[in-house]
Design a protein around this ligand. Structure first.
Ligand SMILES: Cc1cc2nc3c(=O)[nH]c(=O)nc-3n(C[C@H](O)[C@H](O)[C@H](O)COP(=O)(O)OP(=O)(O)OC[C@H]3O[C@@H](n4cnc5c(N)ncnc54)[C@H](O)[C@@H]3O)c2cc1C
Length: 422
């Protein structure tokens, strides 16, 4: 490989941002803020707005605030009040008040559909080119740029950033096969949303758990319910290895795993069969020694997926995007990339290390484990314990750095036309 030529931090960089989920548009927004020229690539034909409900807090929340997005996020989100565990007959077994989360974070916590958060961030990127239905097929690192092959044409970017999620293609192209970095945590997850469901129990996560399997629902708005299924791999060994590109039918898989679940399963099965989109994947982390190589960097789940067990993937993805763009505002890319990794590695490593211990909360393996989990849920309502538990798991040991603001007259000051919804 020839020596890499560092560019002046003053020159605007043309940067391919591969994946318009949460990390990608956040990165694009901050890159433009600092005077660079991002181009978003997204393989889906339009913005992906489906998916599951997430909890959003921490440094990612602070980043959203710096982007001026909190009013829109709160308008689209909701304040969850309770996690309720029900038995097979729909009777309450245990419940945990969720207001403690709000108290511990000084109100800086909300639940929101992942797709809504992605939409809000992307809409803030109005004026930035987004190439829907387009992926990078190949890239060649050169001393003065990255030659990118996409949609039958080749072009050169100064840098390429993979924000394309857990099964990142940029990671495979620049760092090698997924198997080298993907660490399955022994669980699978499926999720879908259904309209016209006359949602019940507003602002409550309602779950039914049997050893190794959990099924839950939460009302989203007035006419929609989100459903989530989590199960241990040993509950259904055939399902192990499901991921992007796997030909397994998600509906058939969920039906097989939850066939004797009881509770509300028969009604949920009908909604599942009619669902236009069902998400299904293994619960995994991405662990890498480096997130950058020459002129390519990874951000978000592509770099350091913490998994749903950590519950903060979107916020961390936004934090990583903010820091990478900020570092590129004050140093040429080799130093900026090094600073990005150095600043964030301790935070991401700590989050990844903590996540697996939550598996027993989502899907206890045995009846005894289930019994203990339900007692933990009940005890968490004791004021001191709740603060202790929530405080430890919600805390981010990270101070968001400040980066210099761009000069007046910078493109971010110019009103951009809004793109037509796709
Ligand atoms: C069930 C579940 C529950 C979760 N709960 C929470 C929670 O409570 N709180 C929380 O903060 N996080 C939660 N997470 C994690 C969170 O969703 C992720 O960490 C977050 O979405 C990561 O953002 P990202 O932008 O890196 O990746 P994604 O959101 O996965 O976005 C990647 C984007 O890249 C695109 N893409 C993929 N491949 C290509 C390609 N080849 N070419 C072009 N584009 C491509 C995709 O279409 C997508 O738009 C949960 C995850 C799951 C699965």
């Amino acid at each position: 490989m020839e020596a890499v030529v560092p560019e002046s931090p003053r020159r605007p960089l043309r940067i391919a941002v591969h994946g318009a989920g949460v990390a990608g548009p956040t990165l694009a927004w901050w890159l433009r803020h600092h005077g660079h020229e991002p181009v978003l690539f997204e393989k889906a034909p339009a913005l992906r707005t489906g998916g599951y409900v997430i909890d959003f807090w921490g440094t990612g929340y602070d980043v959203a605030e710096r982007m001026g997005l909190l009013p829109a996020i709160h308008a689209a989100g909701f304040q969850a009040e309770e996690l309720r565990v029900e038995d097979a007959d729909g009777r309450r077994r245990a419940a945990m008040g969720l207001r403690t989360f709000l108290e511990v974070t000084d109100g800086r916590y909300t639940s929101i559909q992942r797709g809504e958060l992605a939409r809000i961030v992307w809409e803030a990127c109005a004026g930035i080119e987004t190439r829907f239905g387009t992926s990078i097929d190949a890239l060649e690192q050169r001393p003065d740029g990255v030659r990118v092959h996409s949609a039958g044409r080749a072009e050169t970017f100064d840098l390429v950033v993979g924000t394309d999620g857990l099964h990142s293609r940029i990671r495979t192209l620049a760092f090698g096969p997924e198997e080298d970095y993907l660490h399955p945590l022994g669980l699978h997850v499926a999720a879908f949303r259904a309209r016209g469901t006359s949602p019940r129990d507003p602002r409550r996560f309602v779950v039914h758990t049997r050893p190794g399997r959990q099924l839950g629902r939460v009302a989203c708005g007035e006419d929609e319910t989100a459903f989530i299924f989590i199960w241990r791999d040993e509950s259904d060994p055939i399902a192990v290895g499901i991921g992007e590109g796997d030909s397994s039918d998600p509906v058939a898989t969920v039906e097989r795993v939850f066939a004797d679940m009881g509770w509300e399963w028969p009604a949920i099965r009908e909604l599942l069969r009619a669902a236009p989109e069902v998400y299904l994947d293994g619960v995994s982390q991405i662990r890498m020694e480096r997130w950058t190589r020459d002129r390519v960097a990874l951000v978000g789940d592509a770099a350091a997926c913490v998994s749903l067990l950590a519950g903060e993937g979107t916020g961390l993805a936004m934090t990583e995007a903010y820091v990478l763009a900020g570092e590129l505002s004050r140093a040429p890319h080799p130093e900026a990339f090094a600073a990005y990794e150095e600043r964030l590695r301790p935070l991401l490593q700590a989050k990844q290390a903590a996540a697996p211990s939550f598996a027993g909360f989502f899907a206890p393996r045995t009846r005894a484990g289930l019994f203990a989990r339900d007692w933990a849920v009940r005890l968490s309502n004791l004021p001191g314990l709740a603060r202790l538990f929530a405080g430890a798991s919600l805390r981010d040991d990270f101070d968001l750095p400040d980066y210099p603001s761009p000069a007046p007259g910078h493109p971010r000051e110019i009103a951009m036309p809004h793109p037509a919804p796709l």
